[in-house]
Design a protein around this ligand. Structure first.
Ligand code: PHE
Length: 354
């Protein structure tokens, strides 16, 4: 019995895994195990012998079973430890880099423009991209048959058969938001309106959908001088360098007087550099809001006056970030987007730098 005991306790202690342990269990206390066979021998013994051997064998069986159970628990714990080792995760490691989208230059520049002009006290206003011809044309002093209607290469929406009302248009500029803003809030006004506009046009610097930002300031004593200051401040903040402007007399039906505004730049070596040299690049249309436009917006021109401007956002993005072809803006080519796109975490702010 002592031999059996020593043998099995030693082997159990050495068992490498649960399968080995099961084999030992069968060999010792299984039906045909060595301890079980010994127990069968009890029947052949005398009563006295049995009284001594019986409890001893039972104690041995218990001891072996206990050793098996303890070893089994130890093996399970070791297995769990090993698994925890292999599946260990360092949650403090930085996350794996994965492909991300980028902020489109148009979105980035819209945010930049908005940040600068908002800092000057302009609120952001919006209007629909599908406009009635009244907001897009009539209210802006562009009556029916006015050449500006055809010059703008307007996209017209379809009307149902037999519906003879004038068709809606895809807005050709952000100027209709001037009217909406006047009608909604009245004077005084200080708004900008960034958004999509549409014209049937397609070449290196024109796409049928593009972006403008409208500016409108109406008050009792606003003049062209305020317009010039706002624009010069704006360009210098936007390009991060002092930029000279040139106002050229022009004509828009909705402003009087009207001016097209050029910014100073050099074209040396086939590269456009804003704020240098003695070349000029046209970037926006502007002027003093026409009395008829104020009237259409429900504002008394005898009491109020102000300036308006409309600027191409895509054009500004091309100039600031050296993007040569406007059409590529809207091709959704991932290589282009990765190259010209901006990090989503680099939100344009004045304090953070534009
Ligand atoms: N709406 C004009 C355009 O799209 C720009 C403009 C806006 C001009 C406001 C003057 C005043 O060409």
């Amino acid at each position: 019995m002592d031999d059996l005991r020593e043998k099995y306790l030693a082997r159990i202690a050495e068992a490498a895994d649960e399968a080995a342990l099961e084999e030992l269990r069968l060999a010792a206390v299984g039906k045909k195990g060595e301890v079980s066979l010994q127990m069968r021998e009890l029947g052949k013994m005398s009563a006295e012998e049995r009284q001594v051997a019986g409890p001893k064998l039972n104690a041995l069986k218990d001891e072996i079973n206990a050793a098996l159970a303890a070893k089994k628990a130890a093996l399970e714990e070791a297995a769990l430890d090993a698994r925890l080792q292999t599946e260990w995760l360092d949650v403090t490691l930085p996350a794996r880099d994965r492909p991300r989208g980028t902020i489109h230059p148009v979105s980035q520049v819209t945010e930049e423009v908005t940040a600068i002009l908002a800092d000057m006290g302009f609120a952001v206003a919006e209007g629909p991209q599908i406009e009635s011809d009244w907001y897009n044309f009539d209210a802006l002093n562009i009556p029916d048959h006015h050449p500006a209607r055809t010059e703008m290469d307007t996209f017209y929406m379809a009307r149902a058969d037999g519906d003879n009302r004038p068709p809606h248009v895809l807005r050709t500029h952000t100027s209709p938001v001037q009217i909406r803003s006047m009608m909604e809030n009245g004077a005084p006004i200080r708004i900008i309106c960034p958004g999509r506009v549409y014209r049937a046009d397609y070449d290196q610097t024109h796409t049928p959908m593009f972006h403008q930002v409208e500016g409108l300031a109406i008050d009792k004593d606003i003049s062209m001088a305020n317009l010039k200051w706002v624009l010069e401040e704006f360009f210098s903040a936007f390009f991060g360098t002092a930029v000279k402007t040139r106002f050229r007399a022009s004509h828009f039906p909705f402003t009087e007087p009207s001016a097209e505004v050029d910014i100073q730049c050099s074209f040396e070596g086939g590269q456009v550099k804003v704020g240098e040299g003695d070349g000029w690049l046209e970037v926006l249309g502007s002027g003093m809001v026409h009395p008829k436009v104020l009237q259409a917006g429900g504002i008394d021109p005898a009491e109020w006056q102000g300036f308006a401007f409309g600027m191409g956002i895509d054009r500004m993005a091309m100039l600031k970030y050296g993007i040569p072809d406007l059409r590529a803006f809207f091709d959704s080519d991932l290589r282009w987007l990765r190259h010209y796109g901006f990090s989503a975490l680099q939100v344009p702010t004045l304090h953070g730098g534009l």
